[in-house]
Design a protein around this ligand. Structure first.
Ligand SMILES: [Zn+2]
Length: 496
């Protein structure tokens, strides 16, 4: 298009320049993206707000469908044939996966960009401004846009689309095929993702899956995560009398399940948070040398986080948070027994229940880890059942526990030494400078399901600010993170 307007002489000059441009570096993809966004902040913010205005919560399936339709149209506007992916046996209200592929002639590689368009549920009354009426506010002299999904995870989708716009406007020669996979059920735990991906295996494979979700480091530096911990849960109930008993008439005599549970839980960990359950750390795959040196180079934010969370101490025997995230964990996430405060009664409760959350690292399996906890409870003299214990069971055993195990999600880690991983790091560094590399994210992402379905290694490349109130009221995105994220996405799209 541009060339048609040039005079023949100038066109000839251009040919010469193009030939010598083999040696002179052309404008890089992140630089193109930077130039594109710098002159369009207001326009792009307004476009992002248009996307944020479409409600994206699970309780509003019609809203989620509108998001999917909007994204379909956005991809098509970029010349990308796009479709909605579903699985035939799924109910119609399951939000579809938005899918598009940009085929590049002669490409030998395919890069897959994953993000999600759904957001966490909202309680509108908790928000300073309505969750689907985006507004820009200044925080510490910096602009942020407030709306559900702003940080988690519409920012990533918008960054991908805008990076592509910038590269296409500059006629940047892409070298790899690009695939976009935007899920609508991530915040509900991706219950149908693997099923949908399985149904469309041919479409979703690639040389690497880039999972663009979550926050960058607290120092605002770019992070690349090479894996995620797995997760498994146990609901543990211990039993006392068949109904609550008068604590004066029966105290000191009737076994008290609140106390039994407290003692049982107290034996599971020491004061430094080390899990005492036998074999709990068995099988943990050690970090490689690259992973270890990446961790050693990562910033230590522990002191600042203790201040932020009003903590007088942290556990781990002096280990930093980022190191501890590479170990399995056991946390009590809730305890109930009897009543407290104004509802307190002078009675010995009939049961006491704790919810346990087990995070898993590579080398461990959900069921085996759960069974280790079950074995521990047995070793403390408990008869363990998975169903509600019968009167017979309660009277014939001194101690009775019910343990309900969930299916759990597997951990996953991509080796930092993988050539494609190193290329991704190089690409991100070309946009963001030095990057923090972390072997594992503490939280759980269905990387395992993605990898099983696609056969591709996964790397997580978040762009949102850590203080974006993700999952809470007043979710926001620091706009500088959006501009930075667009450059990062452009760099990744420009990969070979
Ligand atoms: Zn997310």
């Amino acid at each position: 298009m541009l060339r048609a307007r040039l005079s023949p002489l100038f066109a000839a000059l251009l040919v010469v320049t193009a030939a010598s441009a083999q040696t002179a570096a052309p404008l890089s993809a992140p630089k193109i993206a930077q130039a594109y966004t710098a002159s369009r902040h207001d326009q792009l913010t307004a476009q992002f707000e248009e996307f944020l205005r479409i409600p994206n919560v699970a309780a509003d399936p019609a809203g989620l469908r509108r998001n999917a339709a909007y994204l379909l149209q956005q991809l098509r506007a970029h010349g990308i044939p796009a479709v909605l992916l579903a699985a035939p046996e799924l109910p119609e209200n399951v939000p579809p996966v938005v899918y598009g592929e940009l085929k590049v002639e002669g490409a030998t590689r395919t890069i897959v960009f994953y993000a999600h368009y759904d957001g966490q549920p909202v309680v509108a009354s908790d928000w300073a401004t309505p969750p689907f009426a985006p507004v820009v506010k200044e925080v510490d002299g910096e602009a942020r846009v407030y709306a559900r999904g702003a940080g988690d995870d519409k920012a990533a989708i918008f960054a991908q689309l805008t990076a592509l716009t910038a590269l296409q406007a500059a006629n940047f020669p892409l070298k790899a095929n690009l695939r976009f996979i935007w899920e609508g059920e991530e915040e509900a735990g991706s219950p149908h993702l693997e099923q949908i991906l399985d149904e469309h295996r041919k479409l979703i494979t690639g040389d690497v899956w880039l999972v663009c979700d979550g926050p960058v480091d607290q120092t605002r530096k770019q992070v690349i995560l090479f894996g995620a911990r797995g997760d498994a849960h146990i609901e543990l109930t211990v039993y006392g009398p068949e109904h609550p008993l008068h604590s004066g008439h029966y105290g000191n005599w009737a076994p008290n399940p609140a106390m039994m549970l407290a003692q049982l839980l107290a034996g599971m960990k020491d004061a430094e948070g080390h899990v005492l359950i036998p074999h709990f750390y068995d099988g943990v795959a050690p970090l490689g040398t690259l992973e270890q040196s990446a961790l050693a180079a990562a910033p230590v934010n522990d002191e600042r986080l203790r201040r932020e969370f009003a903590l007088g101490s942290s556990m781990g025997g002096g280990e930093h948070l980022l190191t501890l995230l590479n170990q399995p964990s056991l946390e009590v996430t809730g305890v109930t027994a009897g009543k407290t405060g104004a509802q307190a009664t002078n009675s010995i409760p009939a049961t006491a229940t704790a919810s346990l959350d087990l995070r898993l690292v590579v080398g461990e399996q959900a069921r085996i880890q759960q069974e280790r906890v079950v074995d521990y409870v047995r070793s403390q003299g408990y008869f363990v059942t998975s169903g509600e214990p019968t009167v017979e069971e309660r009277t014939t055993h001194a101690r009775v526990a019910r343990m309900v195990l969930d299916e759990g999600e597997a951990p996953l880690r991509t080796a930092m030494s993988l050539p494609i991983a190193q290329e991704v790091v190089k690409a991100v560094e070309s946009a963001r400078g030095s990057v923090i590399l972390l072997p594992t994210s503490g939280g759980t992402v269905p990387l395992d399901a993605m990898e099983r379905a696609s056969g591709s290694p996964t790397l997580s490349i978040p762009i949102a600010n850590h203080d974006d109130n993700q999952h809470a009221a007043n979710e926001n995105l620091r706009l500088q993170n959006l501009w930075d994220g667009i450059e990062t996405m452009a760099a990744l799209m420009a990969m070979n």
